[in-house]
Design a protein around this ligand. Structure first.
Ligand code: SAH
Ligand code: SF4
Length: 379
């Protein structure tokens, strides 16, 4: 006898759900009802989906399931930030972070168990790479946060929606997990699921050029590029993917992206590392690269991120005075620039501190141990 595999329904965007329902002999609107039960009501048990016909509920119970992530731990920081650690099997754990602010609630979502890019200033990069997350594992982070926070009296009392923004800035390089990312983004934006605004859903990338263009076609959400250096020589060291896709190509891809997302801008992230990329010479080079008169030719905002240290990196955060000098110089040059507030530091939930346990299948950590730390400010 052939054993039928059950289908995890968190895998599907609405189109996928409609196809699945079709296979059960059901109309598209039934798929939409099911989709709403799962994502809007947080329901996993078909028996309780009261407006679905009994016959459909029975079919579902023998063909499908809704399986949330399994929670390992929850940490709450003094500033209200919450970090969840989830078990995704085979000794891999991923992290999701909720950042409440007075006018918004941002969820920072992971896209991979580990990351293969291996940036020198990123704790996830140090962990190495295990595997891509599935669409279900990506969207299950939002599912969990939304329905858990809704039950918490502290957040439920908020006038605004609890999660207004999603940033793909957790563990992993989202554009190296494109196939699973896109349906997850579609679910986030779908009015029958989370109904997030396209401009409040951000994909952050270290610069996977071909996928930037495709994202514009498939799901033109807000784009953030992790720039971190004004020259290829330095960026090659900090963001190794630069050796494949250098700065000029990446900026060109960003410019092209805005064709699909008109009236938007691209955020350029720049993590300030003491003595490495924060000196006068870097400021001048960055201004030269981005200045409006020459510039990348597209609207952008520079987001300066104070480095969040972790011991293996051997790197230090720039002083507050240097961060101010850096941002003042960019503003004086007519560039738009903000400094990111660091949140959740006391629970290691800040940018780049996410390092759920990963079974490294790439030996990045071993190779890295042999790499000499960067010393020259601008080679
Ligand atoms: N892989 C994607 C998204 C995840 S990283 C990317 O690189 O864009 C999210 C952001 O955190 C990136 O801008 C990344 O450069 C930044 N980041 C990584 N490590 C950091 C650290 N230790 N301190 C501050 N920011 C860091
Ligand atoms: Fe990967 Fe982003 Fe970390 Fe670089 S900064 S190692 S791309 S998660």
């Amino acid at each position: 006898m052939q054993v039928q595999q059950l289908q995890q329904l968190l895998e599907f965007d609405r189109e996928g759900m409609i196809e699945f329902a079709k296979g059960l002999g059901e109309k598209p609107f039934r798929a939409t009802q099911l989709f709403r039960w799962i994502h809007q009501r947080g329901m996993t048990d078909f028996e309780h989906m009261s407006d679905l016909a009994k016959s459909l509920r029975e079919k579902l119970s023998t063909t499908a399931f809704v399986q949330p992530l399994s929670l390992i731990s929850e940490h709450r920081a003094k500033d209200g930030v919450i970090k969840w650690l989830f078990d995704v099997g085979q000794s891999n754990a991923i992290e999701t972070v909720y950042i409440p602010e007075s006018d918004r609630g941002t969820l920072c979502i992971s896209s991979q168990a580990g990351c293969a890019v291996g940036c020198t200033f990123c704790s996830t990069g140090y962990q190495g790479f295990s595997r891509n997350l599935t669409t279900a594992e990506i969207i299950a982070q939002l599912w969990f946060a939304e329905h858990t926070l809704r039950k918490s009296p502290e957040y439920n009392a908020r006038e605004n929606r609890i999660i207004t923004n999603v940033v793909m800035m957790g563990m992993g390089e989202p554009l190296q997990n494109y196939t699973h990312l896109v349906p997850a983004l579609k679910i986030m934006l779908d009015d029958h699921a989370y109904g997030l605004s396209r401009r409040r859903t951000t994909v952050s990338t270290s610069g996977v050029v071909p996928m930037i263009e495709r994202l514009g076609l498939d799901a033109p959400v807000a784009l953030a590029l992790s720039l971190h250096a004004p020259t290829d020589a330095l960026r090659d060291e900090l963001v190794p993917l630069n050796r494949k896709y250098p700065i000029a190509e990446v900026l060109d891809a960003c410019k092209g992206y805005l064709r699909y997302a008109p009236r938007d801008f691209v955020t350029l992230e720049y993590c300030l590392l003491d003595g490495v990329n924060d000196q006068e010479v870097h400021i001048n080079a960055l201004v030269d690269l981005l200045k409006p008169s020459k510039g990348p030719g597209f609207p952008c905002k520079i987001n300066l991120i104070p480095f969040n240290p972790f011991k293996e990196s051997g790197l230090k955060r720039s002083s507050n005075a240097q961060i101010k000098r850096f941002s003042d110089a960019l503003l004086d040059a007519g560039l738009v620039c903000t400094v990111r507030k660091t949140r959740g530091e006391d629970i290691d939930a800040a940018c780049g501190q996410l390092a759920g346990d990963i079974q490294d299948r790439t030996s990045i950590s071993e190779r890295r141990a042999k790499v000499i730390p960067i010393v020259s400010p601008l080679s």
